[in-house]
Ligand binder design. Structure first.
Ligand code: NAG
Ligand code: NAG
Ligand code: NAG
Ligand code: NAG
Ligand code: NAG
Ligand code: NAG
Ligand code: NAG
Ligand code: NAG
Ligand code: NAG
Ligand code: NAG
Ligand code: NAG
Ligand code: NAG
Length: 387
């Protein structure tokens, strides 16, 4: 313990970015070491001069927080390269600190989700509106609280506390969100990705700062093949834009609580009951089959049919974007310091299912998907030939 105290005190004098309470940090590391979380304590110690870990330590004291504490065996399960880059390790550790207290009673039961704001805010890996910090999703399923969007089933296994910190023990080191294209890949949304590429819309989606995407499954796009066949390029682009809220990230618990306008200038409406949540655009309604796939710059809600609304209102789209990205619009959704956390979002609305291991968004008929994609390609190249 002496070596660690010395190290923290030395850093207190040298690391410009750190303003943390070294007494608190030393006490926390001692607590972790004394309670069997030696790998977590080591990870904090070895990355102590990284921006992510400094950010964690700057915020860990003070008001009520929740620390997701991976067990030693969780760290043993990591690939060797997962801890070798201290910048990435620190970023990942900062994703384990939640703003606010999240006791067992705070988590929603599947299909509803609880969304917590973390302290993960490396601008190269998080690109949310108003520089918000990244969020993490939870849901109780089969009596166990899961951390969603992980490569394996991740569960909260025990609870303890240290001063202002509620410590929720997890059986894996939590993965940070990847980008939209990676999420489409993970969830088998291959037809959508192909269509987005064909429309040259992927870049804009990846570049957005805060985005909500209602993403049709492969089966949904295959089912829409004949409607797509009857549309021209402009209409297809409009239909796709009507699946996107540009400039703000709307997680499932608050979907029904606000008024949202698509990048095509169309309003959305939502409804839900105990068996699920539905989203409507124009006269088209789809069921949310997987909510809250959290990505670097927003969130994806996977839906079971295409929202075939070909109406467009560029003025409404533009004014919605301005409202979402204005200081006032962002402040309305954010408390605390810039880049800091927003209040917890938890509520009755949620998609089904919880994690990659438990869900299955499979394409049953690949040839139907290929033909839907070919239809779009045909429409687009036909349109191009007319020019
Ligand atoms: C913390 O890491 C330093 C090396 O950076 C090491 O000398 C020290 O022993 C470590 N402290 C503990 C308690 O593991
Ligand atoms: C943590 O403690 C430091 C002083 O060591 C203080 O400046 C900082 O405001 C505290 N953080 C919180 C979130 O209270
Ligand atoms: C730093 O943390 C210690 C231990 O938790 C606490 O007693 C002290 O008041 C904190 N100092 C500040 C300035 O927050
Ligand atoms: C670790 O290695 C794996 C396999 O080569 C790679 O997919 C992953 O991106 C690497 N992770 C880091 C943090 O470098
Ligand atoms: C650690 O990862 C970051 C982000 O990918 C990268 O910029 C940096 O060069 C890496 N550092 C080392 C020592 O590999
Ligand atoms: C977000 O952070 C960047 C620097 O990383 C800064 O230039 C920009 O003003 C910040 N935006 C907001 C809304 O705080
Ligand atoms: C849960 O944590 C308590 C300390 O808070 C400890 O006594 C108990 O052994 C832990 N249980 C398991 C299954 O790890
Ligand atoms: C996409 O970009 C390519 C290359 O710039 C261009 O040839 C193609 O026509 C564009 N497609 C659409 C639908 O805008
Ligand atoms: C969001 O709106 C901005 C401003 O109109 C535009 O530049 C950007 O391409 C839009 N992004 C998407 C994904 O619609
Ligand atoms: C576009 O929308 C109009 C009415 O909103 C509808 O009559 C028309 O069939 C739609 N076009 C396609 C290709 O679905
Ligand atoms: C696409 O179809 C709509 C509705 O028929 C029409 O108003 C529009 O001009 C067409 N656009 C192109 C580029 O053909
Ligand atoms: C993606 O499809 C593959 C092959 O059908 C399947 O094994 C996997 O579970 C699917 N992934 C998801 C997230 O549904």
């Amino acid at each position: 313990m002496f070596a660690k105290t010395l190290l923290l005190s030395t850093l207190a004098a040298t690391a410009a970015a750190q303003t943390y309470n070294t007494t608190f940090a030393t006490g926390l590391l001692q607590f972790l070491n004394n309670n069997g979380f030696t790998s977590l304590a080591d990870a904090i110690n070895t990355s102590i001069d990284s921006p992510g870990t400094i950010n964690l330590l700057n915020n860990v004291n003070g008001t009520s927080k929740t620390l997701l504490a991976p067990t030693n065996s969780a760290f043993n399960g990591l690939a060797a390269n997962a801890t070798s880059n201290s910048t990435l390790l620190g970023d990942r550790l900062s994703y384990h600190l939640l703003a606010g207290s999240f006791p067992a009673s705070s988590f929603a039961t599947s299909p509803s989700h609880t969304i917590a704001r973390t302290y993960f805010n490396d601008p190269s890996l998080v690109n949310l509106e108003g520089n918000k910090t990244q969020a993490v999703a939870f849901s109780i399923d089969g009596g166990a609280t899961r951390v969603l969007n992980q490569n394996t089933v991740v569960t909260i296994t025990n609870t303890t506390s240290y001063q202002n910190l509620l410590i929720q023990v997890v059986d894996a080191v939590i993965d940070t969100p990847g980008d939209l294209a990676a999420a489409f890949d993970t969830y088998n949304l291959t037809a959508l990705l192909t269509v987005l590429n064909q429309l040259n819309f992927t870049e804009a989606l990846l570049a957005a700062r805060g985005i909500t995407v209602f993403a049709p499954t492969d089966q949904a796009l295959a089912n829409a093949a004949s409607a797509l066949q009857g549309a021209n390029e402009t209409q297809i682009a409009t239909v796709v834009a009507n699946h996107v809220i540009n400039g703000t990230t709307v997680y499932s618990p608050v979907l029904g609580q606000g008024s949202y306008t698509s990048a095509g200038g169309q309003g959305f409406s939502f409804s839900s009951n105990s068996s699920g949540t539905w989203v409507t655009s124009g006269s088209a309604t789809a069921r949310v089959v997987q909510a809250d796939v959290i990505v670097k710059n927003g969130v994806v809600h996977i839906i079971d049919s295409v929202l075939f609304n070909n109406n467009t209102n560029p003025a409404a789209a533009s004014s919605a974007y301005s409202a979402y990205t204005s200081t006032a619009g962002q402040n309305a959704q954010q408390t605390g310091a810039v880049g800091g956390p927003t209040p917890t979002e938890t509520g009755p609305i949620g998609g089904n299912n919880n994690n990659n291991a438990a869900i299955s968004i499979r394409m049953v008929d690949q040839s139907a998907v290929l033909s839907a994609v070919a239809v779009v390609a045909g429409v687009l190249s036909g349109a191009a030939l007319l020019i």
